[in-house]
Design a protein around this ligand. Structure first.
Ligand SMILES: [Zn+2]
Length: 288
């Protein structure tokens, strides 16, 4: 399942491919639920002729800023992804939507499991915060209901996000309204990096521990982005980037998917438990 680093990798590749600034000449929707609650015809009509001015991201959402103050938000969910073709195209078997851009470039939304979703919304709020949140090379973006982005969250924002909360740490990191962009892989990696037990409650953390957790999140997310994301498993729905390549981060994970194997620090076998319905791997020796 794509998390922030995978979505950011796709965003950067879309930029590099020169998708920004093009006009959507035509759109096709092959799987109606992708654009719910709109119908395919209403959706295609709405985006036709619009210029894709900018591609941003907030958490796991890709934000396509269209002219006329509207955003097309895309959530890849389990298996969504994009690929590009040039000129006359053939629909791929798992294509759920296709955008024909000016200049003969086609953007295909491929999604074997069909859980990916598009949302078209007015972006009054979006552009008004652009000037204040664009530091750090971060994509200036805000999707309502989401906490600060995990790639750019500042220490101050992180402390604020935790204020008054007393949640199990693993669940806290997965809660997109606290910090946006972290899923199961990077939650386990961040907690290992911070040497914190995933079952601890956030209300019991000292300021030192909160700082450590903030630093760990930034570090594992940045490393994930640097390595082009993480791919796990070999199924057809597995994450691949815009060029169909698996992420390079798989060899770098220290705990996720390594239950029973020795901890890279203390050599004790890693434990697997379930928290908030999610498999969680951690080192009982290192994480307190
Ligand atoms: Zn250990």
């Amino acid at each position: 399942m794509p998390e922030l680093p995978e979505v950011e990798t796709i965003r950067r590749q879309l930029l590099a491919a020169g998708v920004e600034g093009r006009i959507i000449e035509k759109a096709y929707v092959e799987w109606p639920r992708t654009v719910e609650p709109l119908t395919p015809s209403v959706f295609c009509q709405a985006v036709r002729g619009r210029t894709l001015e900018k591609i941003n991201r907030h958490g796991k959402w890709l934000v396509f800023c269209l002219d006329g103050n509207e955003n097309l938000l895309v959530h890849l969910r389990m298996t969504g992804g994009f690929y590009l073709t040039q000129g006359t195209f053939r629909k791929g078997p798992h294509d759920r939507a296709i955008f024909e851009f000016s200049g003969g470039l086609n953007l295909h939304f491929r999604d074997p499991r069909k859980f990916g979703r598009f949302r078209l919304e007015s972006c009054g709020g979006f552009r008004s915060v652009e000037t204040v949140s664009g530091g750090d090379g971060a994509p200036p973006s805000r999707v309502s209901g989401l906490g600060p982005d995990a790639l750019t969250v500042t220490k101050k924002e992180f402390f604020q996000a935790l204020e008054g909360k007393d949640k199990i740490l693993k669940a806290l990191l997965l809660d997109q309204s606290v910090v946006a962009g972290i899923g199961n892989i990077y939650a386990d990696e961040a907690l290992f990096e911070a040497k914190l037990d995933p079952r601890r409650r956030s209300g019991t953390l000292s300021s030192d521990e909160i700082s450590r957790l903030w630093k760990a999140i930034r570090r594992v997310i940045e490393a994930g982005v640097r390595n082009g994301g993480t791919s796990l498993g070999n199924g057809q729905g597995n994450y691949v980037d815009l060029n169909g390549e698996a992420g390079g981060h798989r060899e770098k994970v220290k705990v996720y998917g390594r239950a029973g194997q020795p901890c890279v620090v203390c050599k004790q076998p890693l434990h697997r438990i379930r928290i908030a319905q999610r498999t969680t791997v951690f080192c009982p020796g290192c994480q307190r």
